[in-house]
Design a protein around this ligand. Structure first.
Ligand code: SF4
Ligand code: MSK
Length: 636
């Protein structure tokens, strides 16, 4: 029985199928890891040098420190910030790749890409201080791409990162300057953090954590430029209506899943699929059907309306349908076992990035000069695979839910502007001031099989909505809500409190959309957490208060990846209370745990809290929203 593993009925069907055919999924592997090692689980296992692993063994003489003398607080702090370094490297490298392509566009070196949203280009250029008046689009484009690339290699520590400097309120920047966490260059800060945490360097846990926060600010910088430049290249999303869950895979079509994070090639697959529909028909299918998994899925959902197949924990199960002809993966959150799952069927796994290969899969190296050609080759591979599909093995759960998504901040403002054309963000602030909604919660992050798949995500969303909290969502959290049928207007009727219902009714009356607004605004992929923070910045600015007084909370109900640690950390540095629904590996040191859950609030106004029970976590989030000090601060 698979019920306790996931709340997703389609996944339950596919887990039973996997069992029938003897394929061991991530759910089986998670079980095999129990019981967990207490040292690793609490963060007091150090493997930073070859003398290790060292564990903290307080009862043994000499065992209360590592061989080099590192205490529990040093080990826990180092382990934690190395997660941040990994996450920030992943997000910012994603941003750098987009910037490289944008520069190639500006210099006329590529033909498959172009500036799709010139308004966004000008908006970003103005924001980061690039002259736009009377200039050619391509000249502005070159300056923006060059400014983005300069974020990585800057070594002059008297300079500051351009993006966070431009998109963050001055008061907050001053807090970062005072605490010496304002970064100058992304590569420099990440290299310094790895240096700082090498054996025999920093043993001061607070200093190590502050080094980690500097890296976390590199993470949001890389995310923000990734979002901005992707919008410039591929367009800024507008509301779309589509569907989610494994029922979005179509028996009569050539099915291709787009999975990972970087939209550079997947956007080209979307383009090429439109052109090659006839080839699919010639092979006996009725056409090509694209579906998304993880954040590449969110990118093509937001801009192209591509349906969501599933999220992180259940990616292998998309193959268990027997109807997935190809899965195209780029970087991050891709399970190496996809290839073994594919071996049970006819599915082709296609890797596309030089740093991400899976033995035995097909590799089409991404090349910006021939991206559409590669995309076409990939689609033809899928069409060939379709011809070999064993119809007897096809078993697609008949579960799909309506999804209304595509809510970039610009798209949200377009709707709010129908109520308040001069000042769209006032629409949320008015609702908060009137007590109609208690505030805003950003539901973000991954799946973590230490709990039941998607249970924390969906329970927290329902509880907060019931308490009149306006919800925004990104990443696999957004996908969890979509899979569960909560990302549409019916969910507002079913789960929202009276205040939130009134708020939505007012917007629906003027929005002019074909569908009612959903229970949560899907703001995009993991890097699009930058859009969520821009919303928080707009609220702080409009309310005339510091971030730490805004009724805004963040929750990563099933956090898993290093990137999630980085995102949570910059949220805390911004002053945002941040819930994590798994126990973090900081608990092995009371000191470090107190720093991130208590002392952080004194310094930044933001803090972490760990709560695995989603109902208790929601209650705490509602309390936090009610405790936020915006009323007093606004009166001053
Ligand atoms: Fe052990 Fe110190 Fe090496 Fe860590 S750095 S593995 S605590 S000797
Ligand atoms: S994909 S980082 S599991 S959200 Fe962005 Fe999902 Fe987390 Fe990956």
């Amino acid at each position: 029985m698979s019920e306790h593993k996931t709340i997703d009925m389609a996944a339950i069907q596919m887990l039973d199928r996997a069992k029938e055919i003897g394929f061991l999924t991530t759910f089986d592997r998670a079980k095999a890891q129990e019981p967990r090692c207490t040292f690793g689980n609490t963060g007091i296992c150090c493997r930073i040098c070859l003398q290790g692993p060292c564990r903290i063994l307080p009862k043994k003489p000499g065992g209360n420190k590592g061989i080099c003398g590192a205490a529990d607080y040093t080990i826990v702090a180092r382990n934690t910030v190395r997660y941040i370094a990994g996450g920030a490297a992943a997000h910012s490298d994603h941003g750098r790749e987009i910037a490289e392509v944008l520069l190639s566009v500006a210099e006329g070196r590529v033909h498959d890409y172009k500036v799709t949203d010139a308004d966004k280009l000008v908006k970003v250029a103005k924001k980061i201080g690039i002259e736009t008046e009377g200039r050619e689009v391509m000249a502005i484009c070159k300056d923006v791409a060059t400014a983005a690339l300069a974020e990585f290699g800057r070594v002059d520590e008297t300079k500051e990162l351009t993006w966070i400097n431009a998109y963050t309120n001055e008061e907050r920047l001053n807090i970062w300057r005072k605490t010496a966490i304002m970064p100058s260059g992304i590569n420099l800060s990440l290299a310094k953090l790895l240096h700082q945490t090498h054996i025999g360097v920093d043993s001061d846990p607070v200093n190590i954590i502050f080094g980690g926060l500097k890296a976390a600010l590199c993470d949001i910088d890389g995310q923000h430029l990734a979002t901005d430049l992707s919008d410039i290249l591929f367009g800024t999303g507008v509301p779309v209506v589509t569907e989610a869950n494994l029922g979005a895979i179509k028996e009569d079509k050539v099915n291709i899943a787009l999975h990972g994070h970087n939209p550079l090639l997947s956007q080209m697959v979307v383009k090429a699929a439109k052109e090659l529909q006839d080839e699919a028909k010639a092979a006996g299918a009725t056409g090509i059907n694209l579906v998304g998994i993880c954040c590449t899925g969110n990118e093509v959902l937001t801009r192209e309306g591509v349906a969501i197949a599933t999220n992180f924990a259940t990616q292998e199960l998309a193959i268990m349908t027997g109807a997935m002809d190809a899965m195209v993966v780029d970087v991050q959150c891709i399970m190496p076992t996809l290839r073994s799952a594919a071996e049970c069927f006819h599915t082709k796994i296609v890797t596309t990035m030089p740093i991400m290969k899976i033995p035995g899969s097909y590799h089409f190296a991404f090349d910006e000069h021939h991206a559409v050609d590669s995309a076409k080759e990939i689609i033809r591979l899928a069409i060939d695979a379709y011809k070999n599909r064993d119809k007897a093995k096809v078993c697609i759960p008949n579960i799909r839910n309506k999804v209304v998504a595509g809510f970039t901040l610009e798209a949200m403002y377009n709707i709010f502007a129908k109520v308040n054309p001069e000042n769209p963000i006032r629409v949320i602030v008015d609702a908060i001031e009137a007590g109609e909604i208690k505030g805003v919660a950003a539901l973000i992050g991954c799946n973590n099989l230490k709990g039941t798949h998607d249970h924390n995500h969906t329970t927290i969303a329902k509880e907060l909505a019931k308490n009149d909290v306006l919800l925004i969502a990104t990443g696999c959290s957004a996908q969890a809500h979509a899979l569960a049928g909560m990302m549409n207007g019916d969910a507002v009727k079913e789960y929202a409190g009276e205040g939130l219902k009134k708020f939505y009714a007012r917007l629906n009356a003027v929005a002019g959309l074909t569908e009612e607004l959903p229970l949560m605004f899907h703001m995009g992929s993991c890097v699009d957490n930058s859009r969520c923070q821009d919303l928080a910045t707009a609220l702080a600015t409009e309310m005339g208060v510091d971030y730490a007084q805004v009724p805004y909370v963040v929750s990563a109900p099933e956090a898993m990846s290093e990137k999630a640690v980085a995102i949570g950390s910059w949220n805390v540095a911004y002053g945002n209370p941040t819930h994590v629904g798994v126990i973090a590996p900081t608990v092995g040191s009371q000191l470090v745990n107190d720093v991130v859950t208590k002392i952080a609030e004194d310094v930044f106004g933001g803090f972490f809290f760990w709560e695995t029970d989603p109902v208790k976590a929601s209650e705490r989030m509602v309390e936090i929203l009610e405790e936020r000090n915006w009323k007093n601060a606004m009166r001053k």
